[in-house]
Design a protein around this ligand. Sequence first.
Ligand SMILES: *Cc1c(COP(=O)(O)O)cnc(C)c1O
Length: 369
Amino acid sequence: MRVYNFSPGPSMLPLPVLERAAAEMTDANGTGQSVMEMSHRSGDYKPIIEKTETLLRELMSIPSNYQVLFLQGGASLQFAMVPLNLAAPELPGQRRRITLIDTGIWAKKAADEASKYTEVNIAASSKDRAYTYIPAAPAPGTDDAYYHITWNNTIVGTKWPAIPDTGSIPLVTDLSSAILSEPLDVSRFALLYAGAQKNLGPAGVTVVIIRDDLLNRSIPERIPAMLRYDIHNKESSMYNTPPCYGIYIIGLVLEWLKGLGGMEALGKINCNKAALLYNYLEANKTFYSPVEKNCRSLMNIPFVPRETDPDRKAAIEKRFVAEAAAAGLVNLAGHRLVGGMRASIYNAMPIEGVKALLAFMEKFEKEAK
Ligand SMILES: *Cc1c(COP(=O)(O)O)cnc(C)c1O
C-alpha cells in the first residue's frame, strides 16, 4: 500500500509518473535500454532533455531571453554559484555587494555562503518573530550586484505575498519548494533556482533559469568550470555528464502537470488543498498555524499544539507523528529546529491525502479529550 508522504523533500512523486518510469525501466522508447544506460550525447537521450526543457518553458511561460540549465549540487550549491558568477569578487569595476532578505534558515545559509565572496547587506529579517512572517522589502542599494529572496520558506511555511520591485537590480530567488506550484511571472526575476527533490522530481538535479544578460558578464578565470553558468549554458547543460535519469523523471512530471491543465489549474488545485488545512486550523482548539495570514505557504504547512507546557506539548507532537504514521500519513514531524508538525503538500500530494490528514486530526482530537 502507498502511504501519503508529507515529507518536505525528497517528497512524493505522482503515481502515474512512477508507473510509467517502471514500465520504461528496461526499454525506453523502444531503444532496448534504460534511460539510465543511455549515453547523454546519444540520439536516444537528446530528445528527452530537450522535451524536459520545452515543457518547463511552456508551463512556466519562460521568456525566450532566459536560459534553462540542469545542474547538480542542489540549491545549496547555488548559494555559492550565484555570488561567484554575479558578484564577481575579483574583477575591477564589478559590483561587490548584494542585498538579501533573511526569511529563515535557507536564506541565512545563502547569506553565509555569499558572504565568503562578496559583501552581504541583510536589509530585513523576520528572525525577531521566529520567521513567521515576510518582512517588508527595502529598496536595493543602487550599486548592488543582485537582490536575493527565498520565495517559499520550506521550514517555517512562509511565502512572499508579492514579488518585490527591485528596479534595475537583478532579482534572484530560491524557488526550491514552490517551483510550479502556482503561476509566477518569471520575467520579474533575473535568476531563479530550485533543487528538484521538492516539487519537480528526484534529488540530484538543480534547475537554474537565468536571464541572458547575466550570462555575458566576465567571470574570473579561476572559478572552477563546473561553477560557471556561462560554460554550462554554452554546452547546453552537457559540459559534463548531466543527471540524465533525474532530468527524464522531471520530464515525466512536467507531462503529468501539463495534463492537469497547466499552471492556472494547478494553482487552483494547490490553493484548494492548502485552504482545507488552513481553514481547519483556523477554528481549531488543539492546533494552530503560527504563520501570519498574508504570507502562508501553499506547499509547507506547519501546525503546532496550543498546549504551552513544554513536556505535554512534546508528548502530543510525538504521539501525533507516530499515530499518523501508523495510519499511513508519514513524515509529519516539523523541522528539527522549529518543532511542531508540518504537512508538505506539493503537487504530487492528492487532495485525498489532505482529507485523510484532516480526518486523522479530528480523530486525534476526539481521543485526546
Ligand atoms: C531544501 C531547500 C534547500 C536545500 O536544497 P538542496 O537541494 O538540498 O541543497 C534550499 N532552499 C530551500 C528553500 C529548500 O527548501
